[in-house]
Design a protein around this ligand. Structure first.
Ligand SMILES: [Zn+2]
Ligand SMILES: [Zn+2]
Length: 320
């Protein structure tokens, strides 16, 4: 099959073997897939992964033990827990040390004509959501994760740092769920911030002029300096949520977190159901986030394009 494979360097191959599903897995024909910052980090060495990249996808089930799924359009959760270890037993499958992660760790991903995933990872879509929107379910779910992790009672003040793909999703997810909270999104690009501004969100360039005034700061900058910026605007005893992973190592002073007694929360994959619902209702609008769509054959060019400054979401169109 055709696939975009990272083997120390990125290659477009036409001879990659079609994956065969294990017992509980479905074979899925990929329709479209999104390029994520994580893919770009993997190419820089993050996770040491080799294989087919890509974890944000929409596809059609071709083979499955559950015959009712065949022919259905689906998105899929990306973690594949072992199901038998202590963490899995405690309901922490997303943290299973033996887990595979689609296109990220021990599991070929979605930049290919076919992928396999356990049927239990799949979520059905209705016709109310387009293929391009469906590609955003996984990152939107990640945005919803933090709503389950932190206290967002009214009167709290919240700041989102970063106006990239994830920052824009997180700010929208927060604005849906916050009632009576003050929300500020700070970024670097007027055009990207205007997507938020147009949805009634208070968006601004940079953090200059902001004091230590937020109960909660969400770092979606994808840069090593994001945490230190977050510590500049979080209140004493406030919370900083880290949403992005970076290959580059953090090397800065964490003393401020100690002095201010700041709680630092890591946040990663999240619940698919509210994400599908929000996209389907257009309560979160991702359409302005699509920068360009490439065919899989132009995948190497697509990845290069996705790494350019100012580009939001790049989508690979893989099958019909
Ligand atoms: Zn991603
Ligand atoms: Zn496990």
């Amino acid at each position: 099959m055709r696939a975009l494979v990272f083997e120390g360097e990125l290659k477009y191959r036409k001879d990659y073997p079609i994956p065969s599903p294990f017992n509980d897995e479905a074979l899925i024909r990929v329709v479209a897939a999104g390029v994520c910052a994580t893919d770009l980090e993997i190419i820089k060495g993050y996770m040491g992964f080799k294989g087919v990249l890509g974890h944000e996808f929409v596809g059609i089930v071709e083979e499955c033990g559950d015959k009712g799924l065949i022919g259905r359009r689906v998105v899929g959760e990306i973690n594949i827990p072992c199901g038998t270890c202590q963490f899995c037993g405690d309901g922490l499958g997303n943290h299973c040390p033996q887990r595979g992660v689609l296109g990220i760790s021990n599991k070929d991903g979605a930049f290919a004509q076919y992928l396999t995933l356990p049927a239990s990872n799949l979520h059905l879509l209705t016709d109310l959501i387009t293929d391009e929107e469906a590609v955003f379910v996984e990152p939107t779910a990640a945005a919803f994760e933090l709503l389950e992790q932190v206290d967002l009672s009214p009167s709290k003040s919240v700041c989102v740092l970063g106006d990239g793909r994830l920052g824009i999703l997180v700010a929208q997810a927060l604005s849906l769920s916050l009632t009576g909270c003050r929300l500020v999104a700070a970024g670097r690009h007027r055009d990207k911030l205007s997507i938020l501004y147009n949805r009634g969100i208070n968006a601004r360039i940079g953090i200059e002029g902001l004091g230590r005034e937020f109960d909660l700061v969400v770092d979606c900058t994808g840069s090593a300096s994001g945490l230190s910026d977050a510590l500049k605007v979080v209140k004493p005893r406030g919370t900083v949520v880290l949403k992005t992973t970076v290959a580059e190592r953090h090397a800065f002073d964490l003393n401020q977190a100690v002095i201010d007694e700041v709680t630092v929360v890591g946040s990663r994959c999240g619940p698919f159901k509210p994400a599908i619902q929000a996209l389907q209702d257009r309560a979160i609008d991702v359409r302005p986030l699509v920068s360009k769509v490439f065919p899989l054959e132009d995948g190497i060019e697509a990845i290069r394009y996705a790494s350019k400054k100012g580009v939001l979401k790049v989508i690979l169109r893989i099958g019909g």
